[in-house]
Design a binder for this molecule. Structure first.
Ligand code: SF4
Length: 276
């Protein structure tokens, strides 16, 4: 059980724990996009950089394993400046879509910009143009301009659904998330890629433009679609709608349960709210 110090707090974790999880245990929330506890480590977004004593360069906390006696700092001036720079890079070509983006209100770019960014834009060149509103399957819509190439969706289709529909093609600023030729994102777990996309690149065709997320209320529940009983959250609205008064279910989202469904939920359960 390695014992380490993060921002002066001592924390003991199981062997093999990553620094990002150790920080969470110490009550310190590090920013990240590509890291997801249910997927392999990609380490490409660089948001979770931390300073580790005796290491001359900043290290990514999602990849670095906690070791005994490690001393980690997460809030130094160098780190805060680096987070700003990383965000600036991520936003160089990100469209200013927020007023018409379905992810607004739950977008990690917005959240982290307000928490760690807050710089004046120095970009004078035009932003890159890529494909927008592409129907990549029956449930999901892709906006390539909004994608920050964290590769979470690609790793999900590789490692969890094992259907491998998505990949990242081309290089440099031409890199983009694409379907493999002849494929569409049509697997029984496709809706999960929307949940894990930290920005508005993958949106739910069923939910798009139905409701701004800050008008939604949420209740914890269990899916009744089959005997597995995946844990979920019901997002509902209680505004007066055109013809119906009172509460109405708008979407279902998986809720983490280590023993039942972890972070995921199948499309059958996710979209069956219409029948209830
Ligand atoms: Fe990441 Fe979303 Fe882009 Fe996929 S579409 S790589 S999840 S930002």
């Amino acid at each position: 059980m390695p014992k380490l110090t993060i921002d002066g707090k001592e924390v003991e974790v199981a062997a093999g724990t990553r620094v990002i999880e150790a920080a969470k245990k110490a009550g310190i929330d590090l920013p990240y996009y590509c890291y997801h506890p249910g997927l392999s480590i990609a380490g490409n977004c660089r948001m979770c950089l931390v300073e580790i004593e005796k290491m001359p360069k900043l290290q990514i906390a999602c990849h670095m394993q906690a070791t005994d006696g490690m001393v980690v700092k997460t809030q130094t001036e160098k780190i805060l400046k680096t987070r700003q720079h990383v965000l600036e890079f991520l936003l160089v070509n990100h469209p200013l879509d927020c007023p018409v983006c379905d992810q607004a209100g739950e977008c990690w770019l917005q959240d982290y910009y307000m928490k760690h960014g807050l710089y004046d834009s120095r970009v004078q060149e035009n932003k890159l143009k890529k494909k927008k509103a592409v129907e990549i399957g029956p449930t999901v819509m892709l906006d390539q301009e909004r994608c920050i190439l964290c590769s979470r969706c690609v790793r999900f289709t590789d490692e969890i659904s094992k259907t491998q529909e998505l990949g990242i093609t081309n290089r440099g600023d031409h890199s983009e998330v694409n379907l493999f030729p002849g494929k569409e994102l049509d697997n029984p777990y496709s809706g999960n890629v929307v949940d894990i996309c930290p920005v508005g690149a993958l949106t739910d065709r069923d939910f798009r433009f139905k409701k701004r997320v800050w008008y939604l209320r949420s209740k914890e529940s269990v899916c009744s679609g089959c005997a597995r009983g995946c844990n979920m959250q019901i997002h509902y609205s209680n505004e007066r709608l055109h013809h119906a008064n009172g509460e109405r279910v708008i979407r279902l989202k998986p809720r983490y349960n280590e023993h039942v469904n972890q972070w995921w939920m199948c499309d059958e359960g996710r979209y069956n709210y219409r029948f209830h």
